[in-house]
Design a protein around this ligand. Structure first.
Ligand code: FAD
Ligand code: SF4
Length: 328
């Protein structure tokens, strides 16, 4: 591992100041993602500003009935918090479907948002990777791409965004509050993660030195009936091959409101807006669910080894909607 300078941050403003002034400085939260990448030589920050002790770990109700997740709240705290279990069960399910108990006890909300892809070429410094070293090429395009994205890819990168937590947050239309040298701003979740396009090295709307303060989830009473389903190679401790976060509100035999987002199949947490539109106002039947699932995967671009993800994701969507639609 490269040598680095370590600082324990005491307050938000000085941490933002310290990282924004030094191009080779990085925030450190739970360390479950960043330290692995440092050991592999994929990331080589010269300075780590440890933000774990900043007073940003609260999970609290917002005046509009929504919930604020402090950026330093641990994944396990969020998953087991009564407000989350009651109002957004799919968020709790998504978090508990990720990593292991030990990792969830360390990993934070901010770190989970900003975790890097698990593309094996990205993590192997002996291979070409546009995300790690812009302009070197993408080894996955013609290589082993079983785990890669079928939605949102480009000729420069087809890596998936690996987070489970981000999938329900996309469906819920959360907002990310951040603070940088120019002050605070709020970024809608849909704009927080970027598509790879020609610059896959740029993964989020954050400027260097901007610190995530919280993720604010709006009130959505319908989300009390919500579900997260994840398909993976092993029953636990594995990233999603495909996952779905779904909300379905049925009233008088018609779908009043639906929310759908996908994980494991796209280059960023993927809200399926077209599928949501298709469901709205329809009867909750298997045919309607299948049509919505097809709409969600419209435009998918499978590569040599990942074509199975299209049907896998469609089946997960149908199953999740059927489970939700079948409840009284
Ligand atoms: C073996 C293993 C299995 C895993 N399985 C899963 C899984 O199934 N599903 C899943 O979703 N995840 C999984 N993970 C990933 C895990 O969820 C992430 O490593 C974790 O969420 C990162 O959080 P952290 O607090 O440790 O972040 P860190 O590793 O400390 O930081 C990650 C990145 O975020 C930046 N950062 C952190 N906090 C902030 C902030 N407040 N503002 C700005 N930048 C910030 C850091 O600078 C760094 O670039 C797995 C990880 C491991 C090691
Ligand atoms: S898919 Fe993206 S992360 Fe993976 S090798 Fe290609 S450029 Fe790198």
């Amino acid at each position: 591992m490269n040598p680095f300078h370590y600082v324990q941050a005491q307050e938000v403003d000085s941490s933002v100041d310290r990282v924004s002034r030094a191009p080779d400085a990085s925030f450190l939260a739970g360390g479950t993602g960043l330290l692995d990448l440092m050991k592999l030589g994929v990331q080589t920050p010269a300075q780590l500003v440890d933000v774990r002790k900043l007073p940003l770990a609260k999970i609290e109700q917002l005046p509009d009935g929504g919930v604020r997740l402090g950026a330093m709240a641990r994944n396990s705290e969020v998953a087991h918090h009564p407000l989350i279990l009651e109002r957004y069960p799919m968020l709790s399910q998504a978090l508990l479907a990720g990593a292991s108990g030990q990792i969830r006890n360390m990993a934070t909300v901010g770190g989970n948002l900003l975790q890097r892809t698990r593309c094996p070429y990205f993590r192997d410094t002996a291979t070409a990777c546009n995300k790690r070293e812009p302009g070197t090429g993408c080894s996955a395009l013609e290589g082993i791409n079983r785990g890669h994205a079928v939605l949102g890819g480009s000729e420069a990168c087809i890596a998936t965004h690996p987070s489970d937590m981000c999938v329900p947050l996309a469906a819920l239309g959360a907002t990310v509050r951040v603070k940088g040298p120019k002050g605070e701003r709020s970024i809608p979740f849909a704009d927080f993660h970027l598509l790879p396009g020609k610059t896959p090295q740029r993964e989020s709307a954050l400027e260097h030195g901007e610190l995530v303060l919280s993720v604010d989830i709006p009130a959505l009473p319908a989300a009390r009936r919500s579900l997260y389903m994840k398909a993976r190679d092993r029953a636990s401790y594995a990233f999603a091959l495909a996952s779905v976060a779904a909300v379905l509100e049925v009233e008088g035999g018609r779908i009043r409101q639906a929310r759908l987002a996908l994980g494991g199949v796209a280059t960023k947490p993927w809200r399926a807006l077209e599928a949501e539109k298709q469901l709205s106002g329809q009867a909750p039947t298997p045919e309607v669910f299948l049509a919505a699932a097809k709409a969600a995967l419209q435009g998918a671009q499978p590569r040599e080894h990942n074509g199975f993800k299209v049907e896998l994701a469609q089946r997960l969507i149908v199953r999740a909607l059927a489970r939700l639609g079948g409840q009284s």
